[in-house]
Design a protein around this ligand. Sequence first.
Ligand code: NOJ
Ligand code: CA
Length: 524
Amino acid sequence: MAGDWWRDAVIYQVYVRSFADGNGDGIGDLPGIRSRLPYLAGLGVDALWITPFYTSPMADGGYDVADYRDVDPTLGTLDDARGLVRAAHEQGLKVIVDIVPNHTSSRHEWFRQALQSAPGSPERDRYLFREGTGDAPPNDWESVFGGGAWTRLPDGQWYLHLFDPTQPDLNWANPQVRDEFHDVLRFWLDLGVDGFRIDVAHGMVKQDGFPDVGAQEQHKLLETRPLPYFDQDGVHEIYREWRKVLDTYDPPRIGVAEAWTATAERLARYLRPDELHQAFNFHYLTTGWEARALREVVDHSLTAIPAVGAPATWVLSNHDVHRHATRYGGGPAGVRRARAAILLMLALPGSVYLYQGEELGLEEVLDLPEEVLQDPMWERSGHTDRGRDGCRVPIPWTRGGSALGFGADGSTPWLPQPEAWSELSVEAQTGVEGSTLELYRGALHTRREHPALGAGDAVDWQDSEPEVLWFSRTAAGRTLHCAVNLGPEPARLPAGTVLLASDEYEVDGSDTLLPTDTSVWWEA
Ligand code: NOJ
Ligand code: CA
């Protein structure tokens, strides 16, 4: 069904400031993205998710929105946004935009009004202002970026911010807030977008009475249970209302939850038939390169998510975590594993999220000079956590030029690119057999063409060594096998007609000898 394009879509995440710089000021922008649409269409992805480009002081890379209905002047104009959506559609690409409903920027008109108004006023009631006790904040809640979640005003009241102090949390118990966001959704839907990625989708509703958590390093506790400010049952009512808005469009538009929950079952609650369409599978992302753990998370995801009628999703990297080539060990070994991992992920049933630059085999940049770091985590952690800038370094498009083609020659990207990225650029890898970029292209095109890749909601595990993951899938009379060797010795597999392998392998009669950290697709 055309309306169900998202069920097995490959969705490519564009981190706007770091993708392509159209005007040479060192910052990626909407015209830059537009100029690179042919690249994305040629890569073989189905959709783009574009991170926030709204008017913003950029205290958190645009996740601090001052005006939800306009584009930040450093990133483009509303006309650029309209033109980008239209051009993407012309290339057959869907467009998902970010929406940030948990908090606004402190420069948002509403927060300015709240600051100028008295405690107890309707202006303050759009946010979460509270009295403290003596000099102590209202409770012990922590900011995800480090430190307390409350900031005090000169008049004595405190306001809640689960993230940076420049990102005050909205009060979703206030009907004005709900109405405003329905209107913002419609604004972008009318402009033509195909859906929304919902930031902090698990955070909008806080537990009545604002009880203490009674522990430190609170967001780690979310791995085991809901917190008074995360994954509260009340959030689901919001998505039921949003779903009604999305469903008034034809074909219906989609909602994707960025929700961190303790289990896949709790995540599935966001995906019930009258709520959202997809949620990021952070349980998969956080699983290490270990056969048993990967098999467990695949099985668990495929049990919990399709049970509510939603497709499983798979993701390895995004703009908030270290790039997976680095998490998997870094260097040639980490990249080799990352290459094996993409064939595994693209063979799983459901939808896949890619993060810009992973198709080039980019690693985390771990040695950015301290003076260029911009992530608020760096300051909020008292310079103990370098934050997320290392996965946000601008993309290398060409071998040469001061910005490696990210911007015009002579321009200086907002974060410096490692010299070695020249040889990882799109230009350097295009047409080069065995390059990571050509591996991604080949895999994405094969996935499009092969009926057993992507669709459905189950895998058939085959008997194999414990350190080999091997499953098959059948659709439209064609069976595809995927095997990954995570063990130290080569694995013997009856891979007849190989479609694609992540690295070189040996053939022994009709068998394939699959080396360590290599994956293969074959047809039987
Ligand atoms: C999740 C976003 O992905 C992240 O980049 C941001 O800092 C927080 N939400 C706060 O909006
Ligand atoms: Ca720019």
